[in-house]
Design a binder for this molecule. Structure first.
Ligand code: MIG
Length: 660
């Protein structure tokens, strides 16, 4: 059922025509304040609320408030209400079971039992509301996912291990990381280039002194089965003679201010302009710029700063400078605060988002009303161009900012987390919500982006990361955190190896989930709906159809408590082809987990294919698989055995019958 409130801007999140229903939506009561509509639902004692994508604070969202307003703020502490994405789908599971999608380009507020523990309230203006009824949470998710279209499937090599750091500046830096990985016998598929590869942070340029011949270098690395993955930022430097700026300006492809002049804001390159990716012509133009790097043999990108970030607006900065220069003397704290506030409030200021405009198919529109579509359409620009550049080929693309709809074009990473134990758990808890909203290819910065990691934290984090589609170690902290930097290189080698052993399973299940609108990561309650104990488990996940994981996420732990909602087989792995098995009945257990092992569980009646550990995805032997089994009757498992770089067809699936 679909209901309309106000005049929603088309987001292209939904791919099917749904007729508008008359009357008011079931489940909710309605109230209005000006243009704002609030839909309220009375929560019963046992109701859980799942969804909202990458939002923080648990899988069950009840008990906090959330906002869809894409924002770059690198401190992800518990009081945050919004991160980088607008993932406006949730479901209520309890007395009733129904799903809600708020299709809205602007700000949406979700008060999930915050103001009143027993009231869920959604507030927005100009939106379409979709309601989904179904017998189970998964059925509702599938209905929603069918409505928004198939999730992005990256090339298979993007399921390999990636090393990144904001700090690699030159070809020599990258080469050194590669060589250290090689020397230590650590598996690797990708090395990431952060903003320093560019010439003064100019998109689609390469600093010649740092990377004299990127084309030759990327070819050389590809021969070693390593892909280089450069970053692209949203903002374009204002600079005379810089073709991206000059062309875009001439053609009117940048967002404009009230007077129709390019809107200028400060980002990494200094004064910059924003490509108007909501204008289809400008979007095509921006997308075609990726060709510059594609022609150098690049096959993967990450899109950053596309909330979009404004360190300051030109107008805001002028005002702050004026205020500072007018203040001849700081006589008291008030004077100081007035001046410092003028500067500290410059970044991502709400007022600035009201002062620039997009030229869309639906006319000129103020940014604020379509804010959450920016990162989505920047990524869409790239993906639409890739399809033109090489129609049959799959490219890697993932974005920091996103919105439902973008899940068809690319993946995401969850931005600037910290090297905190709580963020390891957060990483786990974000995954089901993301899958519900269509984002299957996702991951967090393993080890933590900000702050200093430790060997123990990174090892524990990798033990979760081996199950997560995007497995990237990325950081900015002062302490380098490449896997060869620590004492127990052998342990890192084994754990990364386990990832490659699991790859046939992970990849096959990922592709199946994309085609069947399934979730790769499910909370326990989605599979054991009658089990009240399972409903409260916030630190375990089902991964695909066969596995349950329960990672360790506390410091100095020797293991952890795990709840088994059914009889399962515990698998303890020290390396990809060395494991022990132990059958455990349903119930609660303290499971010892050493730092040098990955422990997980195989469900009743299921099987798991394992490959031998490999150096990289190209060298992975997917023919000779070992089957781990927990079954007394033959079980079928469907492997996806495509080449990993082109379209996947029916012929790529092979259903194997595994004997007990
Ligand atoms: O404001 O490009 O989230 O992954 O390393 C920082 C530098 C800009 C933020 C990204 C992070 C990246 C960093 N970027």
């Amino acid at each position: 059922m679909k209901y309309r409130f106000g005049r929603p801007f088309p987001t292209d999140a939904v791919i099917k025509q749904v007729p508008l229903s008359s009357g008011s939506p079931a489940h909710f009561s309605l109230s209005r304040e000006g243009e704002l509509v609030t839909l309220s639902y009375p929560l019963s004692e046992g109701d859980a609320v799942y969804g909202l994508g990458e939002q923080m604070r648990g899988m069950n969202k009840r008990g906090w408030r959330y906002e869809s307003w894409n924002l770059d703020d690198p401190i992800h502490h518990e009081s945050r209400t919004n991160l980088y994405g607008a993932h406006n789908f949730f479901l209520v599971f309890g007395r009733e079971c129904f799903g809600v999608f708020v299709d809205c380009a602007g700000r949406v507020e979700f008060d999930v039992g915050f103001t009143d523990r027993n009231v869920l309230a959604v507030t927005a203006k100009d939106f379409d509301l979709y309601l989904f009824e179904g017998a189970s949470p998964l059925e509702i998710v599938r209905e929603f996912r069918a409505l928004i279209g198939r999730s992005y499937i990256p090339p298979k090599w993007a399921f390999g291990f990636a090393q990144s750091r904001w700090g690699y500046k030159t070809e020599a830096d990258i080469r050194e990381v590669y060589e250290n990985y090689e020397k230590a016998g650590l598996p690797l598929d990708m090395l990431f280039l952060d903003i320093d590869y560019m010439e003064r942070f100019k998109d689609f340029t390469v600093d010649k002194t740092r990377f004299p011949d990127l084309k030759a270098f990327s070819a050389e690395m590809k021969k070693k089965n390593i892909r280089l993955v450069p970053i692209i930022d949203a903002a374009v430097k204002v600079e005379k003679g810089y073709p991206v700026y000059e062309e875009g300006k001439k053609k009117g492809y940048f967002c404009t201010d009230e007077k129709g002049k390019p809107f200028i804001a400060g980002v990494w390159p200094g004064n910059s302009v924003l490509p108007d990716v909501l204008n289809p012509e400008a979007r095509r133009w921006f997308g075609r710029k990726y060709k510059i790097l594609l022609d150098k043999g690049i096959e993967g990108f990450w899109n950053d700063m596309n909330e979009p970030v404004l360190f300051y607006s030109e107008a805001g900065l002028k005002e702050a400078l004026r205020l500072a220069s007018e203040t001849k003397e700081i006589a008291c704290l008030d004077d100081y605060e007035r001046v410092s506030h003028a500067f500290f409030s410059l970044q991502n200021n709400d007022d600035d988002y009201r002062t620039f405009y997009h030229e869309t198919e639906n006319g000129r529109i103020v940014h604020e009303a379509v804010h959450n579509l920016y990162g989505y359409n920047m990524t869409r620009a790239a993906a639409e161009y890739f399809a033109e550049y090489a129609p049959k080929k799959r490219f890697l693309i993932f974005s920091r900012s996103s919105c439902v709809g973008m899940h068809r074009y690319g993946g995401i990473w969850t931005g600037d987390n910290s090297a905190w134990w709580s963020h390891l758990l957060l990483n786990l808890q974000q995954l089901p919500g993301l899958n519900m909203c269509g984002f299957l290819f996702a991951g967090a910065d393993l080890g933590g982006f900000g702050g200093d990691t430790t060997e123990e934290l990174l090892l524990r984090w990798l033990a979760l990361g081996v199950f997560v589609p995007l497995m990237r170690n990325h950081c900015n902290g002062s302490r380098p955190q490449e896997c060869y930097r620590f004492t127990r290189t052998d342990v890192f080698r084994n754990i990364l190896g386990i990832r490659y052993s699991l790859l046939p399973y992970l990849y096959s299940e990922f592709v199946r989930c994309a085609f069947e609108n399934d979730m790769l990561f499910k909370p326990l309650s989605f599979c054991y709906p009658e089990d009240r104990r399972a409903a409260t488990v916030e630190d375990q996940l089902l991964v695909g159809d066969s596995l349950m994981i329960a990672p360790v996420y506390t410091q100095n732990a020797a293991g952890r408590y795990v709840y088994l909602p059914e009889r399962m087989k515990l698998i303890r792995m020290k390396a990809g082809d060395r494991f022990t098995e132990q059958v455990l009945e349903k119930g609660e257990y303290y499971i010892p987990v050493a730092l040098d092992e990955v422990v997980f569980f195989l469900r009743s009646g299921k099987v798991l294919p394992l490959a031998k550990p490999a150096k990289n995805t190209a060298e992975l032997d997917e023919k000779n698989l070992t089957w781990v089994k927990f079954t007394e009757t033959p079980v079928q498992f469907t492997l996806c055995r495509d080449g990993g770089t082109s379209e996947i067809g029916k012929e790529d699936f092979e259903t194997v019958t595994v004997e007990p």
